[in-house]
Design a protein around this ligand. Structure first.
Ligand SMILES: Cc1cc2nc3c(=O)[nH]c(=O)nc-3n(C[C@H](O)[C@H](O)[C@H](O)COP(=O)(O)O)c2cc1C
Length: 314
């Protein structure tokens, strides 16, 4: 039995863990070692304006933030890195795990894992150009085959990485099927860098099972489990669940904060605000009142939305 609590990192989820959500979560819940931005990429030769705004320190107050990038070539990677450095970041995460086919087929994310020479060129370019930056890598077992990560591991062990985060699925699986804990075990056994486990941790007992099975882990990263229960990290750290009243009160605060900030950002665009809030509710409270959730997902009227939220948070 391992009684030490591991640090919990909030996984990046494109469309969900934006700056407004991250800072509201940090303020209302806490319990998170660090938050990661969803990946920043070069699209049609440039950055997306939203990605740049999301990196501003002013939009991330109270959040220990690591920006993440995805790139297929050293040139693109170095351009994104310059942006992160200009914004003052000292830690940078490199995505080798994204399974989206359109990106993966162009050798981005998990689509790069079958090409160890390209991975090496990418990581070496980053480390040689910026030895002052603490780099980490977020990856999967491989694209086709779990041997891909094992082929890369001696090289990864030789780099000055702050840590490696492993989501033990293959790229071609997307998010389907089970996580492969045996393949994770093989990687864990030979990984000399602090290793962070990521994947399908939904409850405190899921967290404890993984931390007992892999006692040398450097931490855990959680995405969808925290979107569903934003108190998951704090419940694990404190060793007891929040009371139902405290749970509802905190969700009320989180919702009020996020709702008002999206409202300001979207300057009165009611439909845009409702779309944004639908995303907010997508994973949250999976056992919440089904009728109220249906209204939230369907309605185009703010008054119906607000009535449904009051029902859900009764
Ligand atoms: C909608 C969605 C968006 C995601 N966006 C990113 C991303 O931008 N960068 C990244 O490294 N991983 C991304 N991921 C993967 C998550 O960070 C995480 O690795 C995955 O969800 C497994 O962890 P979980 O089971 O705790 O959610 C995304 C996953 C989902 C479902």
């Amino acid at each position: 039995m391992n009684n030490e609590k591991l640090p919990i990192h909030f996984a990046p989820l494109q469309g969900y863990t934006d700056a407004i959500y991250r800072s509201a979560h940090a303020r209302i819940y806490g319990g998170i070692e660090s938050y990661y931005t969803p990946f920043v990429r070069i699209e049609h030769g440039d950055f997306r304006r939203k990605d740049v705004r999301e990196l501003d320190a002013d939009n991330n107050r109270g959040v220990n933030l690591t920006p993440q990038l995805i790139a297929s070539t050293p040139e693109k990677l170095l351009r994104i890195l310059s942006l992160f450095i200009e914004k003052g970041y000292k830690n940078v995460d490199i995505n080798l795990g994204c399974p989206f086919p359109t990106l993966a087929k162009r050798h981005n994310g998990a689509g790069l894992l079958p090409y160890p020479d390209e991975v090496k060129a990418l990581l070496m370019a980053a480390i040689e150009a910026h030895p002052e930056i603490h780099f980490s890598v977020k990856m999967r077992l491989g694209w086709e085959d779990a041997n891909e990560c094992m082929a890369l591991l001696p090289f990864l062990n030789s780099l000055p990485l702050s840590h490696i985060t492993m989501h033990p699925r293959l790229g071609k699986q997307q998010y389907k099927g089970e996580v492969d804990l045996e393949a994770f075990q093989r990687f864990y056994a030979e990984c000399e860098k602090p290793l962070i486990y990521n994947g399908d941790l939904l409850t405190v007992s899921d967290i404890e099972n993984i931390s007992n099975r892999f006692p040398r882990l450097g931490g855990l990263m959680i995405g969808r489990g925290l979107l569903a229960n934003p108190a998951l990290a704090i419940e694990y750290q404190q060793g007891e669940p929040l009371s139902p009243q405290a749970m509802m009160e905190k969700i009320r605060l989180l919702h009020a904060d996020v709702f008002s900030q999206y409202g300001n950002l979207l300057e009165g665009g009611e439909q845009q605000l409702l779309t944004k809030m639908r995303t907010f509710w997508e994973y949250l409270l999976p056992d919440g009142d089904r009728k109220a959730k249906k209204v939230i997902h369907k309605t185009s009227k703010l008054s119906n939305y607000q009535a449904a939220v009051s029902n859900l948070l009764k």
